[in-house]
Design a protein around this ligand. Structure first.
Ligand code: FPP
Length: 227
């Protein structure tokens, strides 16, 4: 089962507690750790997290710098834990605009954890689903016949996901908004959507369990008729 999460509401979570927005992002990292640890228990084999969108570049430079530093330190701190627990880490999105120290941390984490088979943790950084679609479309001439399958392959190539497009089964968004914000648009064609008003730092194991339970109660018909 592939679960994708738009981790929204860090800033508001912090500000409502009289703390700077950065404290919300730090608390968000703790929620990431909690979620990653719980995921395999709920039958999740692929977990995609939206950490930094291509449109987040419009945020103040200081916030962008803080987010990148947090990502770099989290990748460095968590990669050994992931390796020991069979978690394969992958970063999807553009690499070329990221600071070189973050690019290095990404390659190191991916190399260390590449054999992990219990959970694939995909972290989207400088990611835009629409940009990925445009990039994949630009390479359509390379395949003999355009089809959903060949396009999915190209899409996973351009997002650094090594040729395996995995459809999203359940897409969770915290923070109260109800939109997709350019995350995994192609992959979410038949995703079940789950929205919660909880800020991401408050998202706990029980909330993941509630989302997965609701997903299991839904009937997925993929355009067909009820079974
Ligand atoms: C959205 O909240 C959250 C982000 C833009 C960043 C999320 C990133 C992390 C939690 C760090 C990820 C770390 C790892 C290891 C994957 P917001 O700032 O948009 O909050 P707001 O809507 O309340 O302003």
């Amino acid at each position: 089962m592939h679960v994708a999460i738009i981790m929204d509401g860090n800033g508001r979570w912090a500000v409502s507690r009289g703390m700077p927005r950065q404290a919300g992002h730090r608390a968000g990292v703790t929620a990431v750790r909690r979620t990653v640890e719980a995921a395999p228990r709920f039958g999740i084999s692929v977990l995609s997290l939206f950490a930094f969108s291509a449109d987040n570049w419009t945020r103040p430079r200081s916030e962008v710098r803080h987010l990148f530093a947090l990502l770099r330190s989290s990748l460095r701190e968590q990669s050994l834990h992931c390796f020991e627990n069979g978690i394969c880490m992958k970063v999807i999105g553009r690499r070329d605009r990221l600071p070189s120290s973050l690019q290095d941390a990404i390659s190191d984490a991916e190399n260390l954890t590449r054999s992990g088979s219990r959970l694939t943790l995909r972290i989207a950084v400088d990611y835009s689903a629409r940009d990925s679609i445009v990039d994949a479309a630009g390479r359509l001439g390379e395949v003999p016949q355009a089809s959903r399958g060949s396009f999915s392959y190209l899409l996973s190539q351009v997002t650094h996901d090594s040729g395996r497009m995995r459809p999203v089964d359940l897409l969770i968004r915290t923070g109260g908004e109800r939109r997709l914000s350019d995350f995994l648009l192609w992959e979410s064609a038949y995703a079940e959507l789950y929205f919660t008003s909880l800020g991401w730092p408050d998202f706990a194991e029980a909330d993941l369990e509630a989302a997965v339970s609701e997903y299991r109660r839904r009937e997925r018909r993929f355009g067909g008729l009820p079974a």
